[in-house]
Design a protein around this ligand. Structure first.
Ligand code: HEM
Length: 493
């Protein structure tokens, strides 16, 4: 604009006489000064209203500091800036949100995510965890059918049987074995069996687990080129093999739906069966084959590493809190004999075990950050900062409970129990105190499933086994967990 005005004035002045030129010069100077003052005012207003930040190296910004330890990075940034701040995180200009009640309310209303496009290529173009808008709404409805109360209850026998079998195997391992691969196989087998509803040989399951790891490594490819010779190509080949397997199962289920089943044959309903079922109105939210493939991939993607991390964090925290182990064992022995079916009634009596699970998620949340992408201008209530449309918002998960409960790393069951030592189910979704499962329309759709899985694991472990963690190492990114080396032995009862 300034250049255009200058050109116009020069053209005008070249046509004037000398006296006129002096007047024109004065007019033009005042015009430029006014323009410059307006520009400076606009700049200062704008910078005053943006969250503060410091100089960021171009492109990478503070991505490295963030990835080394997200919780420490957020905690330092929030205290250095005395609240929310602006930084380049994960190569993306981001406002890191101070977790005040008002700011968290604004965050909870936002629905959109802004992952790079190639994430969808890996996880699925209709993946619930990756998409926004109408397709997110549809996939939330389709996926939600797998998590209704009766369906969650129906998964419990499989949780119990799989957990019992794997713990018995771990007790046969040499003392001080690294636990990661063994817990990983347990959680992967459990997830695949419940998602797909098929029995798998150990070899088949392990080869799917390998393909799954190779496929999801694609998220870390900085050059996502799908051509032979590029690592991304190898990742997508692994994804294709998994998708073929999923499609085979989908075809079998479609066939079973249309062909009469032999009398007395009992069908085990899987998450996929529920997702394939229709809404109340004929044809409502019926998932296509591609959407069902993405459903299978997404549920494993979102549910596998998170539960794997939480189980290791549980073992780490139990090992370092012996009085808590005794307290939980007392509660468990009051409601379960180690053999009876684990039903909802049993789980509902485990108040302290549920409180312990939330403590594990508070102290070491497996996911460390929640992100949202704003699709319209907004203002951050605390600090009155400008949030132009397109801004990425980040909330440090640990920063939420640090602010509302305190930043202790000690297990304190009382954080989640009322005066009568009862656990309130609402604690799990109370975003002002616990952010481990996220919030709003993007909240973890599998949180009840995850809580059941953790409780069945905790119950079986504490009732039937003694264990010692002999070595531990902390991992911070992309998942937050304690890598542990453990000795298990059957408990003398
Ligand atoms: C301890 C275990 C788990 C933790 C800590 C966890 C945590 C999270 C978090 C933090 C989010 C993002 C929420 C947000 O942005 O507001 C999320 C989303 C999601 N989780 Fe989980 N999760 C766990 C287990 C599971 C399981 C077992 C499943 C499925 C079986 C699952 C399925 C999903 C899906 C599909 C989403 C995307 C939801 C959407 O965008 O609409 N999660 N989870």
């Amino acid at each position: 604009m300034i250049v255009t005005s200058a050109a116009a004035w020069l053209a005008y002045s070249s046509r004037q006489g000398k006296g006129d030129k002096v007047v024109s010069l004065k007019v033009a100077s005042s015009f430029f000064v006014g323009l410059w003052l307006a520009y400076k005012t606009w700049c200062s207003q704008r910078s005053r209203r943006m969250a503060p930040g410091r100089f960021q190296p171009p492109g990478v910004g503070e991505t490295i500091q963030f990835a080394m330890n997200p919780a420490a990075y957020f905690s330092k940034g929030l205290s250095r800036n005395n609240g929310s701040y602006f930084a380049n995180v994960l190569f993306n200009p981001t406002t890191v949100v101070e977790p005040t009640p008002e700011n968290l309310k604004l965050f909870a209303h936002e629905k959109d995510l802004g992952w790079p496009d190639y994430f969808q290529t890996v996880v699925g173009r209709s993946s619930l965890a990756m998409v926004n808008g109408a397709i997110h709404k549809k996939m939330r409805t389709v996926s939600g059918r797998a998590f209704t109360a009766p369906n969650l209850d129906s998964y419990l026998p499989l949780f119990q049987e799989t957990t019992k079998r794997h713990l018995a195997k771990w007790a046969q391992l040499p003392d001080g074995t690294k636990s990661l691969e063994h817990i990983k196989y347990y959680t992967f087998e459990l997830a695949q069996t419940i998602i797909l509803g098929i029995d798998m040989e150990e070899g088949d399951c392990k080869s799917m687990m390998k393909d799954f790891k190779t496929a999801t490594d694609g998220l870390g490819c900085l050059v996502p080129v799908n051509l032979p010779g590029f690592p991304f190509y190898t990742c997508l080949q692994a994804r294709n093999r998994l998708v073929l397997k999923y499609q085979e199962v989908i075809d079998q289920k479609r066939l079973a739906l249309t062909s009469p089943q032999p009398a007395g044959s009992e069908k085990r309903m899987s998450m996929l069966d529920h997702a394939m079922s229709q809404g109340e109105k004929q044809g409502e939210d019926v998932a296509t084959d591609i959407e069902l493939q993405d459903f299978c991939f997404t549920m494993a993607f979102a549910g596998h590493d998170t539960t794997l991390a939480t189980m290791q964090n549980m073992l780490h925290l139990l090992d370092s809190s012996k009085p808590v182990v005794e307290e939980l064992r007392q509660e468990i022995s009051g409601v379960w004999d180690g053999e009876a079916a684990v039903t909802r009634t049993v789980l509902n009596q485990l108040h302290k075990c549920k409180a312990f699970t939330l403590e594990v998620l508070r102290i070491v949340p497996p996911v460390q950050t929640l992100f949202r992408k704003l699709n319209k201008d907004a203002t951050l209530p605390t600090g009155d900062f400008n949030l132009p449309s397109g801004t990425t918002l980040a909330v440090g998960i640990r920063s939420v409970s640090d602010q509302s409960i305190g930043d202790s790393d000690e297990v304190n069951l009382q954080n989640w129990l009322d005066s009568k030592s009862a656990f309130s189910e609402r604690s799990t979704t109370d975003f002002q105190r616990l952010a481990a499962f996220g919030t709003g329309a993007r909240m973890c759709i599998g949180y009840k499933f995850a809580m059941d899985e953790m409780l069945v694991f905790l119950l079986t472990l504490l009732h039937n086994y003694d264990f010692t963690v002999v070595k531990r190492e902390r991992e911070n990114f992309p998942w937050n967990f304690w890598n542990i080396w453990t000795s298990f032995s059957p408990r003398a009862l």
